[in-house]
Design a binder for this molecule. Structure first.
Ligand code: BGC
Length: 459
């Protein structure tokens, strides 16, 4: 019988993403370590030895290889490489060289993030990215790291999610340094976008052929009622602020009105990226609320009745909304006039008991396929994440891994999604047979109830 199939383009990158502090363990010289020691994570938990990648990353790389991934995104821990200002440590560099060499051996293309939320204490204590004068330290570190590792990597992410870093660290105060100051948070966002541009040119000089970009977190914010002008205005303003301001500044050098009245333009911005990095997890609705001036008069909530990630933890990550990924890809493409390829640098689900993840992964991948069929050049998908890791303020209660980790014993147990993801990567496609075995309830969403989903083919 003919089998329906969604085939991905040749050379599509399949892999997982992670970050140094969440996986390596033993990071005791960055601002997150201090935050944990001060007991400021929500659960009081600490990263500890995390997933023990500092000693044994290769064992997990082998698991990624067995899943027939062809890429893997990780980050460098700046606080290891430059533990004191201007002082470089060669031992961690050697360790990163080992890790990247091992990835090559396993045919996993390394995608290396240079800053994923953590920075050395000395940098944080000088004001971090809140201080424009500190951008030069970041660029100096990036230059050094790329000089040392350029024979092993040609795909760089300068900064992970400046919008999340700025909002959580400086607006809601739930990440270090725990500030609540909207203006400062905007300034941090502006400085990070400038830091990206300068890092881009520093890397470009060293590696003219490299792929250099940054990624933003995209989180659709829809009005509670489309009929309400107030809801639409509150949602629209939050949406611009969180989702589009940084992208616009990166593309044009100018923040959108009225932010451009407050924030200096980004020098040399246009053209300073080789791809658009998209991180997508969920969406929320926004209702106008006069009692919330600090949140631009918008109260956010998860759609009642939505299928949500982890029912016990819905305050962290609510709705599973595959179409949101399609919407985000389309909007990034339109806003950038299709000028560069797109990579999903992160997408994942917090399903501790693994009863929603297989379907969610399939439906999100189908949305990527739909985008590609609409001629949006999406070139890769990196799932967040390979092995459960330390989820920042949420500690160990939030489980994003394709593979379950017991942080006490370091025991790994692959979830069903791991074998499913492996089959998809191997086939470079989603087949009807894979859907049938892992999430038959997703069949209609993926192939269309009468087999007419316009982006599928039949073989
Ligand atoms: C971050 C990751 C984090 C993930 C899940 C992203 O915003 O880049 O570090 O673990 O979301 O919350």
């Amino acid at each position: 019988m003919a089998q329906r199939i969604l085939r991905f383009p040749d050379g599509f990158l399949w892999g997982t993403a992670s970050a140094a502090h969440q996986c390596e363990g033993g990071n005791a010289n960055n601002q997150w370590y201090r935050w944990e020691q001060q007991g400021r994570t929500l659960t009081g938990e600490k990263s500890g030895i995390a997933a023990n990648w500092w000693n044994e990353a290769e064992k997990d790389f082998e698991r990624a290889e067995q899943m027939e991934n062809n890429a893997l995104r990780l980050s460098l821990e700046w606080s290891r490489l430059e533990p004191r200002e201007g002082h470089w440590d060669s031992a961690p560099l050697e360790r990163y060289r080992e890790m990247l060499t091992d990835l090559h051996r396993r045919h996993l293309k390394p995608i290396v993030t240079l800053h994923h939320f953590t920075e050395p204490l000395w940098f944080a204590d000088r004001g971090g990215f809140a201080n424009q004068g500190n951008i030069r330290f970041f660029v100096r570190y990036v230059t050094r790291a790329v000089q040392e590792l350029q024979d092993l990597c040609d795909f760089w992410v300068t900064l992970n999610e400046p919008n999340v870093y700025a909002v959580l660290g400086y607006q809601t105060g739930s990440f270090p340094p725990g500030q609540r100051n909207l203006l400062l948070s905007l300034q941090v966002l502006r400085n990070m976008m400038q830091a990206h541009v300068e890092a881009f040119y520093a890397i470009r000089r060293l590696q003219p052929e490299g792929q250099i970009g940054y990624c933003l977190h995209y989180h659709p914010l829809d009005p509670a009622s489309r009929l309400s002008l107030l809801d639409r205005s509150a949602a629209g303003f939050q949406d611009t602020l969180f989702n589009w301001a940084a992208l616009e500044a990166a593309e044009t050098g100018q923040f959108p009105f009225p932010l451009n009245l407050l924030l200096a333009s980004i020098r040399r911005a246009p053209g300073a990226r080789d791809y658009h990095g998209v991180n997508y997890y969920t969406r929320e609705f926004v209702r106008f609320d006069p009692a919330l001036p600090a949140e631009a008069f918008g109260r956010r909530f998860t759609r009642p009745g939505a299928i949500i990630n982890d029912p016990g933890k819905q305050n962290f990550l609510g709705e599973i909304y595959p179409e949101g990924l399609y919407r985000v890809l389309k909007e990034v493409y339109n806003r950038t006039r299709g000028n560069k390829p797109l990579y999903i640098m992160e997408n994942g689900f917090t399903d501790t008991i693994e009863n929603r993840r297989p379907r969610a992964v399939l439906e999100h991948l189908a949305m990527i396929h739909r985008a590609i069929s609409d001629s949006i050049p999406v070139r890769g998908y990196l799932h967040w994440t390979l092995v459960d890791n330390f989820e920042w303020n949420e500690g160990w209660g939030i489980r994003f891994g394709l593979i379950e980790l017991d942080p006490e014993t370091q025991q790994r147990t692959p979830r069903r999604s791991a074998s499913m993801f492996g089959e998809i990567c191997r086939a470079n496609a989603i087949t009807e047979e894979i859907v049938e075995r892992y999430a038959p309830e997703a069949m209609d969403a993926i192939f269309g109830s009468n087999g007419t989903a316009r982006h599928q083919v039949t073989v």
